[in-house]
Design a protein around this ligand. Structure first.
Ligand code: FAD
Ligand code: NAI
Length: 461
């Protein structure tokens, strides 16, 4: 007799595991199928968590090495790469084991194996057929390949290989000036690699606020990262002594070569739905392979999809919110994801954080807005901390003053942005932040000062 579930989730990443836990809380009989040995998906195993572990360790290392002097301290620091990698792996396994524990606590059946959808009520897991009322696809994404460049995860690596290098490369070329390129490029630069980012466009961090793009590149350059914007890599030759990277202007022109020990390919990610049997059962995908959904429902009744394999930002917290919402919908509740208020953070030093619309998007949509901006050079806590790079900018509707977006570059930006997220969730006006008492001296005062600036009464500048 086959098992009967209310819902089977395929994929144990942030979308799948948070969804499974919520389903358990709601009293649904739920199973989560994951083909990896550990739960947590890309995020916990080879994404958010290991990258942040290395970013944190190397940030401390660089601070001790370069910034202590300015505050009257002297430190002589060295690093032990295998031990740094071990600490990262311990953090990862602590968290993946934590998800296992939460599954047990919330009565989620963890099925280790590869899931394939047989029909809207049947999932095959390595030959075993499970019956279910609903199926949620949460199979995530994979690295987008660069034609003509073969990733071997040793010398030509994706983010996964870049999180596992055995030694610091002398020269590292990063293809793609997006989030992964800047985060992992920063890790290896801090440890001593000469890092050059080759970016197809004439700016880094596509889609982000224009001022953020410019200031971020200026800061990363000052830190020693090199940029070759408006260029594309056309091929890589493997030599005994290293790698020869062929490069040319994006619009065509004189070709060029560069030497490297390691090349990191990070030109984006694409949805991963291999082997799920979507074609056989007729689940619709778009030209790029993203599953088409409407409120998480695919075109087949009882089959839903969430997270990176669907449209929207490829972010762990977006997948998580969708996982929770889809289970609430299946359980007969409302389910809520506010796509206008999904923050994004780049975990470099300083961090880059944003939420809502950029000025460029508002202009394009013809929406009239006002803005307030405050530099961290004028923030007392930033001066105390010797961390004055960056600014905070808030955008509000010209007539109603409703907050439409916020963009910032600052140490701690990834935490500070949530003040604006909560305000936006409540559809607050910029004046609401301006009139909220903020503790002194804090970096968050810049958020208030910029909000005062929307009506021209910034006080500390
Ligand atoms: P995934 O986490 O990809 O999980 C999908 C799971 O499904 C995988 O474990 C896969 O093995 C499994 N699976 C696939 N097919 C099957 C099948 N047929 N049967 C069984 N199992 C299957 N996002 C952030 O918000 N913050 C960050 O700091 C951040 N850092 C990142 C750093 C890196 C280097 C990378 C690569 C990504 C990062 N991301 C970050 C993005 C984040 O990891 C993803 O957005 C998030 O993991 C998506 O969650 P998901 O549940 O949709 O898919
Ligand atoms: P990305 O989309 O952020 O950046 C890719 C970059 O590569 C873009 O700037 C693009 O213009 C450039 N590019 C594309 N083709 C190119 C070519 N042929 N030559 C040179 N440059 C080229 O993608 P990335 O960095 O791979 O990250 C993938 C996704 O993972 C992100 O979009 C994000 O959703 C997620 N992620 C999130 C993190 C976070 O939230 N902190 C951290 C890491 C990843």
């Amino acid at each position: 007799m086959a098992d009967q579930y209310d819902v089977i989730i395929i994929g144990g990443g942030p979308g799948g595991y948070n969804g499974a836990i919520r389903a358990g809380q709601l009293g649904l009989k739920v199973a989560c199928v994951e083909k990896r040995k550990t739960l947590g998906g890309t995020c916990l195993n080879v994404g958010c968590i290991p990258s942040k572990a290395l970013l944190h360790a190397t940030e401390l290392y660089e601070t001790a090495e370069k910034d202590f002097g300015g505050m009257g301290m002297k430190a002589s620091v060295t690093f032990d790469l295998p031990k740094m990698m071990e600490a990262k792996s311990r953090t990862v396994s602590g968290l993946t084991d934590g998800v296992k524990f939460l599954f047990r606590k919330n009565k989620v059946d963890h099925m280790e194996g590869t899931g394939r959808i047989v029909d809207a009520n049947t999932v095959d897991v390595d030959g075993k057929q499970l019956k279910t009322g609903n199926i949620v696809i949460a199979t995530g994404s994979e690295v987008a390949p660069l034609p003509g460049v073969e990733i071997d995860e040793e010398r030509i690596v994706s983010s996964t290989g870049a999180l596992e290098l055995h030694e610091v490369p002398g020269k590292m070329i990063v293809i793609g000036g997006g989030v992964i390129g800047l985060e992992l490029g920063s890790v290896w630069r801090r440890l001593g690699a000469e890092v050059t980012v080759v970016e197809f466009l004439d700016h880094i961090l596509p889609g982000m606020d224009g001022e953020v793009q410019k200031q971020a590149m200026r800061i990363f350059r000052k830190q020693g990262m090199k940029f070759k914007v408006g260029h594309k890599v056309t091929g890589i030759e493997k030599l005994n002594t290293g790698l020869k990277v062929f490069c040319e202007p994006s619009g065509g022109g004189r070709a060029d070569t560069m030497d490297a020990d390691v090349v990191l390919v990070c030109i984006g990610r694409r949805p991963y739905t291999n082997g799920l049997g979507l074609d056989a059962i007729g689940v619709k995908t778009d030209k790029r392979g993203f599953i088409e959904t409407d409120h998480f429902k695919t075109n087949i009744d009882g089959i839903y999809a969430i997270g990176d394999c669907t449209h929207g930002p490829m972010l762990a917290h977006k997948a998580e919110d969708e996982g929770v919402a889809v289970m609430e919908i299946i359980a007969g509740k409302a389910g809520h994801v506010n796509y206008g208020v999904i923050p994004g953070v780049v975990y470099t030093k300083p961090e880059i954080a944003f939420v809502g619309k950029t000025e460029e998007e508002l202009k394009q949509a013809g929406i009239k807005y006002k803005s307030g901006k405050f530099p961290f050079t004028a923030n007392s806590r930033a001066r105390v901390n010797h961390e004055m790079d960056g600014f905070f900018k808030i955008l509000a509707h010209a007539e109603t003053d409703e907050i439409l977006g916020a963009h910032m570059v600052a140490v701690g930006a990834g935490d500070m942005i949530h003040e604006v997220c909560v305000a936006m969730e409540f559809r607050a006006a910029s004046e609401d932040i301006a009139r909220t008492c903020h503790a002194h001296p804090t970096m968050s005062e810049a958020v208030r000062q910029a909000s005062m600036g929307v009506e021209g009464w910034t006080m500390q500048m």
